[in-house]
Ligand binder design. Structure first.
Ligand code: BJW
Ligand code: ZN
Length: 251
């Protein structure tokens, strides 16, 4: 098993070395070793809640207090965690590739920025920010408890978490930049994601490209504990905890 892992890591390092442009797609798995729970538990619940109750616009309309309770708990957890060596390895890669490096994350925990990554595209929003349901103003409020039903200081309408729920569109400019980076990338690293949520997962086929748009297809390298929906599309699969495997890419 060790030999298989070392071979995959060698091939990954080789592909990376030859790349002029690098993109990364991360998911909840890269924060697992920091102590942030991942989403898809076997019972289909998030911390005992049904997904449609806490992570859809309909759920928020029905019971905003419950949704805020859920998010305040998530925010309290994230307040206690720190980046792990996987996050730090991605900071190093950004330093090496400069503006030819783009980190796209589905995570809302802010740990990539905390670790020191500069160019981070948060395609599913952030637990740090609120968005006003009235005047639409977005504000960074940190991770302090905001209470049951926080109101906008400007217009008094109800605030919501600045998170992309199911059935909602991704933030437009951010998503476009993510697609552009995947399209440009010679190498796409896909780390700690089950790759079942769209449109995020479509960055993988975008990086591979079809022949008319991208004469040399991008190389997709997966970092995960197990096989996922991404594995069959990946050129190289590095199985193991990303907090251990990503740092070895930088050696
Ligand atoms: C490790 C590890 C270690 C562990 N090392 N690895 C049917 C019904 C309803 C909707 C749809 C439907 N079919 C399709 C849809 C669309 C839907 C969708 O994709 N659904 C699928 C689930 C079926 N998508 C949407 O609704 C999107 N919007 C949309 O389509 O809008 C259309 C529209 C267009 C134009 C105008 C208007 C509308 C929006 C999707 C937003 C998703 N947001 C969420 C919730 C945010 C809430 C919150 O965080 O509080 O974002 S969903 C949730 O999943 C979260 C995550 O970012 C996202 C991805 O999950 P991720 O990161 O992959 O985590 P896990 O847990 O799934 O996987 C963890 C992985 O890590 C595993 O593989 C482990 O093995 C691994 N791992 N430890 C390495 N140490
Ligand atoms: Zn407002």
């Amino acid at each position: 098993a060790d030999r298989v892992l070392n071979e995959a890591l060698d091939r990954a390092a080789g592909a990376l070395k030859a790349a002029k442009s690098v993109a990364v797609l991360t998911g909840a798995g890269v924060s697992a070793e920091s102590g942030v729970p991942t989403f898809r538990a076997s019972d289909g619940l998030w911390e005992g809640h049904r997904i449609e109750d806490v992570a859809t616009p309909t759920g928020f309309r029905k019971d905003p207090g419950l949704v805020w309770k859920f998010y305040n708990a998530r925010r309290a957890n994230v307040r206690t965690v720190r980046p792990n060596p996987g996050h730090l390895a991605l900071v190093k890669l950004e330093q090496r590739w400069g503006d030819k490096f783009t980190l796209v994350t589905q995570n809302v925990d802010g740990l990539h920025r905390f670790a020191g990554s500069k160019k981070v595209l948060e395609i599913h929003g952030s637990l740090y920010r609120t968005r006003c349901t009235g005047c639409k103003k977005i504000e960074d409020r940190g991770l302090l408890d905001l209470g049951d039903l926080p109101a906008c200081p400007t217009c008094t309408a109800m605030l919501r978490p600045d998170i992309v729920w199911f059935h909602e569109a991704l933030p437009e400019g951010v998503w476009e930049a993510a697609m552009f980076a995947a399209h440009e990338a010679d190498v796409l690293l896909v780390a700690g994601t089950s790759a079942v949520v769209y449109p995020a997962a479509s960055l993988i086929p975008i990086a591979k490209g079809d022949r008319s748009l991208k004469p040399v297809p991008g190389t997709v390298i997966e970092f995960n504990l197990t096989q996922t929906e991404a594995s069959s599309q990946a050129d190289i699969c590095v199985f193991g905890p990303s907090g251990q495997t990503l740092p070895r890419l930088c050696e």
